[in-house]
Design a protein around this ligand. Structure first.
Ligand code: HEC
Ligand code: HEC
Ligand code: HEC
Ligand code: HEC
Ligand code: HEC
Length: 439
């Protein structure tokens, strides 16, 4: 706790201290809960709150620190536990279990104290200790708890707020972009130079009208959801998981579109599957694409006989092209210095990705306008139906198996890994309708 004391002492010496939350409380999300109960509850159930309790993160960081003799340093905790790092409570993340709850994960302070973006990758943010909480409200009501200020970096109505997100949502290992959500966004139609710019927060922090603080006489504001649904769900007991799952389902509904076209071909039929990224303001999947498994299941049948099947994996089975040569898998592969596949980011020399890119132009005459991807499956025989489904596994089970084998991950985490079926992409073609497409 010496760091807390030192920080408060320095602040009071600097004379910029006010009545209200001290430096320690400013960093503790629980200290915000009395006045911002909804923000606190939503955030508690987010993967931001979970970022340094995430057992997969903890295991991979430990394996990496060992394999590199500590060479990863503070790289990983800079984004997954920025408060603990700033307070000197951890340097390499191997002791995160012992860090007080108040300093775990990406807390309120880790975002609301941001006062500069040094580079839009690897967590290169600066945070201020001036007791000022930054947000999107230009005329905040005075509170004794903290000073408040509108900052373009914390206002979803400003594109600069994407830089604050992007500093963590873009990871470079050497020159290799192992996570590139920000740069994908920046080059898309919703990026700053695109025709329809939208900040990350516009899509990921849905607004509703209500008070920003649960105190008497507060004005009605546009308040923003703090649960940040994406794809990941906590794999250990955690608050608010049903709400997170509902948010994920809602956002995945509209993310992609699918088309299934069946035509006569040779001694059977050709089934062409087209997937288009319509709503994600970046590639799909994005972020930890090397861990993500998004894949197509296509099954052609005649009566109760299966003539062709791809992408069918039993529950608990590893999803991999090695087991299914016609598998259409949206994911990334890490390539090592010798050109072979490697599995861990600290060995990466290049990355090879098969993702659904975002729209980059709204001009139908631009050749880049059409950005859907398609795959054709050859089916022998005379199927009376062809069925399509698209599935997502947040982290490949093969990666969990490696961490379990290293003795770093509880096998119970593997059993908790969800497998989602994208609800709006299921399609079925029946011979009775004749050759053609199902949208
Ligand atoms: C004693 C009550 C109280 C506590 C405790 C409190 N706040 Fe606030 N906060 C307020 C009030 C009041 C406002 C102004 C609301 C308005 O203008 O609608 C506010 C505004 C904000 C804003 C918006 C600032 C802006 O200008 O956009 C943020 C962000 C914020 N608080 C974060 C926090 C965080 C983080 C904590 C915990 C470290 C915290 N608050 C603790 C009362 C409190
Ligand atoms: C990942 C970054 C991040 C974290 C973590 C975070 N916030 Fe926010 N918060 C934002 C952004 C961005 C906005 C502005 C959203 C907008 O204007 O669209 C915001 C807005 C707010 C506001 C202003 C009202 C509103 O809803 O717009 C309050 C109050 C607030 N946050 C409180 C909190 C509290 C309390 C915590 C922790 C329990 C917290 N925030 C954690 C990014 C974050
Ligand atoms: C036009 C709306 C939109 C914008 C702008 C946008 N996103 Fe997304 N994002 C989505 C949708 C839709 C998904 C897919 C549904 C889901 O995962 O919940 C998604 C998914 C994600 C995911 C989950 C990872 C994955 O595999 O898909 C992350 C992380 C993410 N977005 C971060 C960001 C960040 C950071 C920015 C800004 C640099 C951003 N998003 C901008 C709509 C948007
Ligand atoms: C300090 C670093 C940091 C900042 C700033 C930050 N994030 Fe995150 N974010 C993370 C980390 C780390 C995770 C993943 C945690 C985990 O699962 O272990 C994450 C997860 C997410 C997810 C869920 C991804 C999934 O696959 O489920 C979304 C969505 C997201 N962030 C959006 C945002 C947006 C929007 C902003 C800006 C308003 C933002 N983040 C700012 C570090 C950050
Ligand atoms: C620049 C910030 C940043 C750095 C540095 C970083 N991460 Fe992350 N990490 C993220 C974000 C953001 C996500 C969520 C992205 C998404 O869901 O697509 C994430 C997700 C993850 C996940 C998947 C979480 C889950 O539950 O699915 C693991 C595991 C992980 N990181 C481990 C690491 C390790 C180990 C390191 C160090 C070698 C590291 N990260 C370095 C930002 C970072």
């Amino acid at each position: 706790m010496r760091a807390w004391l030192l920080a408060s002492l320095l602040l009071s010496l600097a004379g910029c201290w006010r009545d209200g939350l001290d430096a320690e409380a400013m960093r503790d999300p629980a200290a915000c809960a009395s006045c911002h109960p909804d923000h606190y509850r939503e955030w508690s159930g987010s993967v931001h709150a979970y970022a340094s309790d995430d057992p997969v993160f903890l295991a991979l960081n430990r394996v990496g620190q060992r394999a590199t003799n500590g060479g990863l340093g503070s790289l990983c905790v800079g984004c997954h536990a920025p408060t603990a790092l700033a307070l000197g409570l951890t340097t390499d993340g191997t002791n995160l279990d012992a860090v007080p709850r108040a300093a775990r994960g990406v807390g309120c302070w880790a975002c609301h104290a941001i006062d500069g973006v040094t580079a839009v990758h690897n967590g290169a943010l600066t945070r201020s200790d001036d007791g000022v909480v930054r947000g999107g409200i230009a005329d905040p009501v005075d509170t004794p708890a903290h000073a408040s200020e509108r900052s373009p970096l914390l206002d979803g109505g400003s594109l600069a707020s994407s830089d604050a997100c992007g500093a963590c949502h873009d990871v470079l290992v050497g020159a290799v972009a192992v996570e590139s959500t920000y740069r994908e966004w920046a080059g898309s139609v919703v990026g700053p130079t695109g025709r329809a710019p939208l900040s990350c927060a516009t899509c990921h922090m849905i607004g509703k009208d209500g008070p920003a603080a649960a105190l008497p006489g507060m004005p009605t504001r546009r308040v923003h959801d703090h649960q940040f649904p994406g794809i990941d769900q906590p794999l250990i007991p955690w608050p608010e998981t049903a709400r997170l799952a509902a948010g994920i389902e809602r956002d995945l509904q509209a993310a992609l579109s699918a088309r299934l076209c069946v035509t006569a071909a040779g001694g059977g039929v050709a089934a062409e599957v087209t997937l288009e990224n319509v709503q994600a303001g970046h590639a799909f999947p994005s972020g930890v694409t090397h861990s993500r498994r998004v894949w197509v299941e296509l099954v052609a049948s005649a009566g109760d006989q299966v003539l062709f099947a791809s992408g069918r994996f039993a529950p608990g089975e590893v999803v991999s092209a090695a087991r299914d040569p016609s598998l259409w898998l949206l994911s990334s592969r890490f390539i090592g210095a010798d050109g072979g596949t490697v599995e861990v980011p600290w060995e990466v020399a290049a990355i090879d990705s098969e993702l659904l890119p975002p729209a980059v132009t709204v001009d139908p005459l631009d050749p880049r306008y059409y950005h859907a991807k398609a795959r054709t499956y050859e089916v022998l025989g005379a199927p009376d139906r062809v069925e399509l489904a698209v599935h997502v596994e947040p982290i490949g089970l093969d990666q969990l198996d490696a961490l379990i084998a290293a003795g770093e991950l509880d096998p119970a985490v593997r059993a908790a890994m969800p497998r989602l079926t994208l609800p709006t992409l299921t399609r079925r073609w029946d011979r009775a309708q004749g050759y053609g497409c199902v949208r």
